[in-house]
Design a protein around this ligand. Structure first.
Ligand SMILES: C[C@](O)(CO)[C@H](O)COP(=O)(O)OP(=O)(O)OC[C@H]1O[C@@H](n2ccc(N)nc2=O)[C@H](O)[C@@H]1O
Ligand SMILES: Nc1ncnc2c1ncn2[C@@H]1O[C@H](COP(=O)(O)OP(=O)(O)OP(=O)(O)O)[C@@H](O)[C@H]1O
Length: 282
């Protein structure tokens, strides 16, 4: 993670992710779904400002609709880090929230990992990535991905991370419909059918590695799209409108609500964004 440090203070950039591929392989005994997904870190960030102090942990946030109580993943992560390290110092945390909430962009998970990362530096604990991964696992299914970020194939409930070296960067425009989708509700409504033609992540990776946005666009896949479109027809309508803008591919990220369009290049992405920014309320 990118960070900036000065005397007793640290600022961490917590990136969002999108899912380029998501297949569901079955339902597990523990209630979670066995998945195979390819996650990509994107250049959209929350910023976490921390200041070391003696008193307790204090959290404030730029987004007044987000709880700053014990249910905030930043606080959960900070308490976990205190317990694990045995360092019960305080810290003043300000969360500059820029990643849309409940969008399938992993904002909360990324904030949680950024908090572990920040306290590890601030309190000079020296945990390595493997240790941070074991802590991240306790905070969610998407959280382990953010310890290493970049591009990765994630298996299990999403917590088994295989880093993937991506040679060519791609450019995306992310669209947020201005409402949240609950991940738990989406998985609860998903009906696993064994006979379904499961997509193979290895075939997908060939398209990803081709460097061709057209090839990648044709291979983007998210098994949760159908159920999310059924629950929120508005999101499918947005996808249909986006289909007229010349993207190489459009997909729902994770459990939604955000969609993203894959562009031919950076200039294309900037143009599409500029032309359409004020066209809709999303
Ligand atoms: C949709 C994705 O964002 C794709 O990256 C993730 O699979 C979701 O990861 P997450 O938000 O970190 O999920 P968690 O906070 O661990 O779980 C939220 C809810 O989703 C369900 N859940 C989550 C992950 C998974 N592989 N199977 C599930 O069924 C769990 O039952 C839980 O009730
Ligand atoms: N720091 C945080 N940022 C965002 N949401 C948080 C945070 N802490 C707790 N939450 C709770 O988590 C819920 C999901 O938020 P988040 O933005 O992480 O969803 P998401 O991007 O769909 O997650 P994922 O893709 O990991 O399923 C929110 O409804 C919110 O109440």
């Amino acid at each position: 993670m990118k960070y900036w440090e000065e005397q007793g203070k640290i600022k961490i950039a917590a990136p969002a992710k999108i899912n380029l591929f998501l297949e569901i392989l079955g339902k597990r005994q523990d209630g979670y779904h066995e998945i195979e997904t390819v996650m990509q870190e994107i250049s959209l960030y929350d910023y976490i400002h921390m200041e070391d102090r003696n008193e307790d942990i204090e959290l404030t946030c730029s987004n007044s609709t987000l709880s700053v109580g014990e249910d905030n993943l930043v606080l959960k992560a900070a308490r976990l880090f205190q317990r694990e390290s045995g360092i019960f110092r305080g810290v003043k945390i300000y969360l500059d929230k820029r990643i849309p909430v409940g969008a399938g962009l992993g904002g909360g998970s990324s904030d949680a990992v950024a908090t572990l990362f920040g306290l590890n530096k601030l309190w000079r604990v020296g945990y390595d990535d493997a240790k941070l991964l074991s802590l991240a696992e306790k905070l969610g299914s998407d959280t382990p991905f953010f310890v290493l970020g970049n591009t990765a194939i994630c298996k299990g409930r999403g917590d088994v991370i295989i880093p993937h070296n991506l040679q060519t960067p791609y450019h995306y425009v992310v669209v947020y419909p201005r409402f949240e989708v609950s991940t738990a509700t989406v998985y609860k409504n998903f009906k696993f059918v064994l006979t379904k033609n499961l997509k193979d992540v290895r075939v997908f990776l060939q398209s990803l590695d081709s460097g061709s946005p057209e090839k990648l666009g044709a291979s983007l896949h998210n098994r949760l799209e159908d159920v999310v479109f059924r629950l929120y027809p508005e999101i499918e309508k947005i996808k249909k409108t986006l289909a007229k803008l010349g993207f190489c591919g459009i997909l729902l990220s994770g459990s939604g609500s955000a969609l993203y369009g894959l562009c031919r290049g950076e200039r294309d992405s900037k143009e599409i964004e500029k032309k359409n920014k004020n066209a809709w309320n999303w």
